[in-house]
Design a protein around this ligand. Sequence first.
Ligand code: ZN
Length: 281
Amino acid sequence: MVAVRRAIAPLLLAGALLLTGCSDDAPAAPAPGPSTPSAPVTSSPSPSSTSVAPPATPTTSATPAAGKVVVLDPGHNGGNAAHPAEINRPVPAGRGQTKPCNTTGTSTDAGYPEHAFTFDVAQRVGKSLSDKGIRVVYTRQNDSGVGPCVDRRAAIGNEADADAVVSIHADGSTTAGANGFHVAYSSPPLNAAQGEPSTKLAQVVRDTMRTSGFSTSNYIGGNGLSARSDLAGLNLSTRPAVLVECGNMRNAAEAARMTSADGRQQYASAIAAAIEAYLAS
Ligand code: ZN
């Protein structure tokens, strides 16, 4: 019995750790195995598509950003919790560090999971951008898989030669009154893209979300921005990249907004507008 207890305890501990907040998870992570669907799928309009008109059609609402490439990275995945060994596997996190392949993310007090929120918001952002002629690549194609790992997520953005990479997350702080969004960027920068381009992207996302009615975080970063050296997806990116923590899922008001489709569309509209503004600048 003792032996059994010893065997189970670490698993319970690992599970408990995985279910804590999302603040140390980053975008990225390679697929746990060769059979995992990790190939990025390009939404319309695809360059290889023969049935979709090119984005320059004058009848569309194409913007100066048309034709550019955006990688959207919805944090976590619905199958992560059931595959602790796969998502706990250490992977490169940049700056000589390693991190778990992926984490489960957080949830609202009522149990609405972060992975579902991020997936839905990313889909909504992607649709808005695609409608403007922007090519959208997602780091995961559904909300029922495992991973991909954080380093793989970063690689997807790099391989797509993305003009902008936006990871979408929500936090899970239990600090009383903690609320608001913040935008994380890699600092100190490890390459040119992590310098001015990424900080500019972070500022544009912050400014646009603020003018869209979202409040900046009252508990992380400063003025809606957070310089981070520990987020693998940002560290490993060679493209302009940021991570948006949309809000605190443990805050009742923000949880209500995140749980509703209308609320998620508000987040998505603000993020999409920010990406467009950045690409057009
Ligand atoms: Zn997260």
